[in-house]
Structure formats: C-alpha cells, structure tokens
Design a protein around this ligand. Structure first.
Ligand SMILES: [Zn+2]
Length: 268
C-alpha cells in the first residue's frame, strides 16, 4: 500500500533537524509522497531547497493567512517570482501547488480584508499555472465559500484542496460543488463528540475526492496522540485506518483512492 501525506510542515523549526529521519519513517510506513506547504516568503524559499535534493517530497509556495499581515510589501512579489522562475527552469524545487492560503477567524492574526486580498493573489497565481491551491479554513467558512464561489464565477477556474477539513456535511457539499478535494487529518481520530460532524462529513465524502494528511508537527492522530512529542508523516496511516472504519471499507481501498486522487490532482 502506498500513502500520500498532502499536508506536512516538515520544515517546522521543531522537527526540521530530524527531517531525513522522518522521511525514512514515512517510507517505512508506505508514505511515499509528501507535500510541504509554505507559510511565508522565507519558508517558500526554504521548502524549494529541501525538496530539490530529496525524493518523496514536493513543495507548495505561498503566504499563510495568519502570516499575511506580517508580510513585507515585496514578499508576495518574491513568491510569485520564485514560482515563475522555478516553473520556467525545470521546476527542480518540485512546486506542485500554491499555498497554504485561505482564511482564519480563530487566531485573528490578520484583518479579514488583508486575508481576502492574499487569498485572491494566491488564486491568481495558481490559475496562472493551473496548479491546485491549498486552502486553510478555520471558523471562516462563511467568508471562504462565497469568496471561492465569486472567484470561480469571475474566472471560470478553481482547483485545489480544502485542507484539514474541520466543518460539517453542509459545507462539505459546498466545497465539493466547487470542485475541491477535501483533506482529512488527525481530527477524525479524536474521540470528543465535537468532532462527530467532521466524521459525518468523512463518511459522506466521495472516495474520488478525499485526501489524507497529517498537518504535522500538529494534530497527532490517535492512538499516537499523547504518546509522542510531535506528529509526523508516517502517522498518516492511522488517519487512513480511521477513515476506512468511518467509510466501512478497507485500509487498502482508502490508500488506493487517496493516493490516486493526490497523483491526479497534484501530478506527483
Ligand atoms: Zn498547514
């Protein structure tokens, strides 16, 4: 069985020193393709360097909504330039997506107006190269979904991943209508009742539109949660196992479906 972790912050300062060990662990668990999303200009540059010299890992470049207010005025132009030059020169940095972008009302790190402006910049860059956009959404579905609907209406384009899905069946259907893939992470393994709507959405989501992810070093799935210091890509198998239980199918079918989806969408 082959698994893909479509959202792993392997460049995070807390785990970067163990990067090669974590990649070996991932390999041993069957996790053979991993997307590392950037959160700002510096990490966009860093991730491209990391992926250029290592198999199994791929880059996404962008500025996280929670970092958008902190970004210097020329940071965005630098991300765009980096993307254009990589893609024009053989893409050694293996850029396969734009992000992570999106909207976040939970942390309140940036005014919504700034977050929306950055979201639209990311959408334009993704559309320029027909790359999927990686979308973060925390307590902001009522802003994000209309913004995506408006963008698709205006341009006729939308392609991407709603990562770390944390909402309900109603919003799942709206994301699916927009043509997005949906990434499920450790949350579906957590026992608390408040995650039941996420599990209901996982049950309802069609097999050909789901992805699995760790969002490591955060959101360690059960049964590793509480036993280890940080999450890592190898643990995505636990999320896949839970998804198989929820969807009343086999781990193999989840592995095959999510890997096929990742390969088709991200061209990895
Ligand atoms: Zn993330």
């Amino acid at each position: 069985m082959i698994f893909c972790d479509t959202h792993a912050h392997l460049n995070d300062v807390s785990i970067i020193d163990s990067l090669d060990e974590l990649l070996l662990n991932a390999r041993a668990a069957g996790v053979q393709k991993i997307v590392i999303p950037a959160t700002d200009r510096k990490t966009s540059e860093q991730i491209i360097r990391l992926t250029a010299t290592r198999p199994d890992v791929f880059s996404a470049v962008g500025i996280h909504p929670n970092d958008s207010a902190k970004a210097a005025p020329d940071d965005w132009d630098a991300v765009v330039e980096l993307t254009r030059s990589e893609l024009a020169n053989g893409n050694a940095g293996k850029i396969v997506a734009v992000g992570e972008s999106g909207l976040d009302r939970y942390w309140d790190d940036a005014p919504m107006k700034v977050q929306l402006d950055y979201l639209n910049r990311h959408l334009d860059l993704a559309r320029e190269f027909d790359l999927p956009i990686i979308l973060h959404c925390r307590e902001a579905e009522d802003d994000l979904i209309p913004a995506l609907q408006a963008y698709r209406q205006k341009t006729g384009w939308l392609k991407g991943i709603l990562h770390s899905f944390s909402s309900d069946v109603h919003n799942l259907e709206l994301y699916l209508e927009l043509g997005l893939y949906v990434g499920f992470g450790g949350m579906i393994t957590y026992k608390q009742k408040k995650f039941d709507p996420v599990r209901d959405a996982a049950f309802a989501a069609p097999l050909d539109r789901i992805l699995i992810e760790t969002d490591c070093p955060y959101l360690t799935p059960s049964p590793m949660r509480g036993k280890v210091e940080f999450n890592q890509s190898a643990y995505v198998v636990h999320t896949a196992q839970k998804l198989a239980e929820i969807k009343k199918t086999t781990l193999e079918e989840i592995a095959n479906a999510t890997t096929e989806n990742a390969v088709r969408l991200l061209n990895i």
